[in-house]
Write a protein that binds this ligand. Sequence first.
Ligand code: OGA
Ligand code: NI
Length: 362
Amino acid sequence: MYNSALVFNPSDGTSKRFSVPVVQELASQNLHSLPERYIRSEKERPNNSTPHQLDIPVIDMAMFSRDSDLCRQKELEKLGTACQQWGFFQAVNHGIPLSLMETMKANVREFIQLPLEEKLKYKIQEIEGYGQTFVASDDQILDWADVMSLTTLPPENRKMELWPTKPSDFRETVDQYALEIQKFGNTVLCLLSENAGLKPDHFINMCGKMIQYMRLNYYPPCPRPDLVLGISPHSDASAFTVLSQDDETVGLQICKDGEWVPVQPIPGALVINIGDMLEVISNGIYKSIEHRAVTNMDRDRISIAMFCSPSVETEVGPAPELIDELHPCQYRRFIRADYVKNLYSGKLEGKKKKIEFAKIML
Ligand code: OGA
Ligand code: NI
């Protein structure tokens, strides 16, 4: 059973379609050996012997509703340090109703369990719909995952024909969830701006009109998790990403000082990471860190990634207020569309290819 992968070229609107297996179908076949296209080179394979177990910082968002007391200041510093040194944190007490998060996960699961022909009604077009977005050739090594992507905000950018009508409350739930994530994301952006010594709305203003894009990742169980990756190492193209992951199954790993550190799920928490755009806007203060996902032998895993980014017409560059003799300008200014062009023209691999193009060599 096959699905589509599509390489979209935003500069001329053309796209190239490739056929890729539906991983969920492969996984249900009790395979004795893995198809070769999923087997990673020795160097890329997950190595489970992580020497030490580090935990990514946990931020208690409830601390920020207090006015200018010591707790708030301490938590703000913790948040700032997390985004400078890890590029990642987990947020608890984030204010998004747990029931909405649960309904969202239930909808994603229900969608995944629909018969394939139902899901193929929403086959990928450009960068939205059911199918892969980062496959650039017929022999590229593939991720052990099925993906559904949609632009969620602003509402006028939605391609409603690609929004599933089954399960019946999918659209309504995604709509509510998107708005909650936007509200929460704005809070985080304000805090990061404040922590960088700027007015709280500075980063929001620099991002201009924000676009929110949702990626539903489904990682089926894999008979040989030691040989494959669920998602290739990459940094996110967003300003920041808000991820809701399975409460029990570990999969996400982030690259911390050259080592892959698993992100242990905290039930009800959200995982937030800095994307390339905020690294640029903050002149490198906040780091967009490479991450990947691994698979499990007897458990599947879902994740819901919400990418919040400046729109394609926005000119992105470091905040002038963050540049001085001690902190030289690290990135040249660019129109986001030029960055996006780079992004979708190839496979998802590491950070270099995408953001290096704007890096000023010091
Ligand atoms: C992503 C991503 C990680 C995960 O979709 O960009 O990094 O755990 N996902 O699914
Ligand atoms: Ni990512």
